[in-house]
Design a protein around this ligand. Structure first.
Ligand SMILES: [Zn+2]
Length: 481
């Protein structure tokens, strides 16, 4: 056990996938030629005036409601002043002391089933900066830098948590499920690789039992949850080493190198600028109509974490089934449609198991394939009725993936219906006669040998034998049961 307890809070920037930017009519773009989505407003020409994007406000409210935040009856924008080439106005329009969403909390489910509740300090709206690319090396050694203003002015929601997290793996669990929730809300693409979701972690440690906060460092710009988790663990270990050797932590921004596992210092926070926040005089306060807020609350979709709990409690799914099936809103919708028609547990098994495994070859997701949820339900019913065996059902599924036909039609066209016991009995009699050694083993009490007969019967019948029937008939033939 370490003598220190880590204390971690995170700041998450989420680019909203609105059609247009935060304060002008330029369309958002990703991957378009540089500087093709700009206008006098987002390039900060003199005399231009910003206008708030109403859809961005709506999405910020939707996020705040999902996080149980207090919605501010009135919030305002501030200018955050700093001088950098990615910011043509030399200030970023952001929210400061009166954010649109105040305190809330978010609960995630850990792998062991325990719950992880993290306080949300605030969620506020701001605009993204432009994208700087340093040519010929990292910032310090670069030969030059170019700037693409397409990203400048993209609406962002920044979510700030309380320092409630205690390990890198909890941070990863929290962020993965927060991301999933945002995807269900349809507010952002939340792509870590493309930068539409970015997370920074504030990390400090303190002696176990202490309630004071230690000096924190900021771990910046990790483009995957896995690297963020590893970076946090590396930073905790670095701080423990310093403190145990009698040193002190300096407040700074640090970077984790995934290739080497090393932490490097980017810049000292102690020299950081005073942003001289002051209210943005060109924008009116945001005063959302309470009736609008209530209608947004009423329209919230069922979110993945509560949905997972319900799937386990009410639908008989395992915790793992629920986790896999809530991966995306599309998969949830697909599963729910099937589960409304047939046994939910069996539908879950077939969708997350055989269907996804077979679709790996075509690279399709279930909802993109020719197999509809109703087809899955019909297949589950055929199995339950004993019309097809499990191996035959897998073939039926393969047929449905190719043709999109009803399972019953595939059973018919491929002759996959389970054989009736009368036809099967004759085959079993032949099998028992042809394999006297195995029959003797069964007489000696070695039940495992039944698997051999099932395999042989499947071979003989092209998978149309029901394994339970084979076992029963072999016992009858050999043991007279
Ligand atoms: Zn613009």
């Amino acid at each position: 056990m370490s003598a220190y307890e880590p204390v971690i809070g995170v700041e998450i920037h989420v680019q909203l996938s609105t059609r247009t930017k935060m304060f002008c009519g330029c369309e958002l773009s990703f991957g378009d030629p540089p500087n093709t989505h700009t206008c006098p407003v987002c390039l900060a020409h003199p005399g231009v005036l910003p206008v708030v994007n109403e859809e961005a406000i709506r999405r910020a409210l939707v996020i705040g409601l999902a996080l149980g935040c207090e919605i501010a009856p009135r919030s305002i924008f501030h200018r955050k002043n700093y001088f950098y080439p990615d910011l043509p106005k030399a200030y970023q329009v952001s929210q400061f002391d009166i954010p649109i969403c105040g305190r809330g909390e978010f609960t995630a489910i850990r792998e062991d089933g325990s719950e992880l509740t993290v306080g949300i300090t605030r969620a506020h709206l701001e605009e993204d900066a432009a994208k700087l690319t340093h040519e010929g090396g990292r910032r310090a050694g670069a030969e030059g830098s170019v700037v693409d203003f397409n990203r400048g002015g993209t609406p962002l929601v920044e979510i700030v948590t309380e320092p409630d997290l205690r390990s890198g793996s909890d941070v990863a669990t929290f962020l993965r499920q927060l991301r999933q929730t945002l995807l269900f809300l349809g507010v952002s693409d939340c792509s870590m690789e493309e930068g539409s979701m970015r997370a920074d972690a504030n990390v400090s440690i303190r002696p176990v039992g202490s309630h004071e906060l230690g000096t924190k460092t900021e771990l910046k710009n990790m483009n995957s949850f896995r690297f963020l988790e590893r970076g946090i663990e590396a930073e905790i270990a670095r701080q423990e080493r310093i403190l145990s050797e009698g040193g002190r932590i300096s407040q700074e921004t640090v970077h984790y190198e995934p290739e080497t596992g090393h932490i490097t210092s980017l810049r000292s926070k102690e020299e950081s600028h005073d942003y001289r926040y002051f209210p943005e005089p060109d924008l009116v306060p945001v005063v959302p109509d309470p009736a609008w807020v209530e209608s947004l609350r009423a329209e919230q979709p069922e979110l993945p974490v509560p949905l997972r709990r319900r799937m386990v409690a009410e639908m008989g799914l395992s915790a793992e089934d629920a986790e896999v099936l809530t991966e995306s809103p599309e998969l949830v919708e697909y599963f729910m449609q099937a589960a409304a028609l047939a046994d939910p547990k069996a539908c879950a098994n077939w969708i997350r198991g055989e269907l996804r495994a077979q679709l790996r070859e075509t690279g399709e997701e279930p909802w993109q394939s020719k197999v509809t949820p109703a087809h899955v339900a019909a297949l589950v019913d055929l199995l339950a009725a004993g019309t097809v065996s499990v191996p035959a059902a897998k073939e039926v599924l393969a047929g449905m993936i190719q043709t999109g036909d009803q399972p019953a039609a595939v059973v018919e066209s491929k002759g996959l219906a389970a054989m009736d016991d009368g036809d099967l009995a004759a085959i079993i009699a032949e099998l028992v006669a042809a394999n006297p050694d195995q029959a003797q083993q069964l007489r000696d009490g070695k039940d495992k040998v039944l698997g051999f007969f099932v395999g042989q019967a499947m071979k003989q019948t092209g998978g149309r034998a029901n394994p339970q029937s084979v076992q029963k008939l072999v016992r009858e033939a050999v043991l007279g049961e």
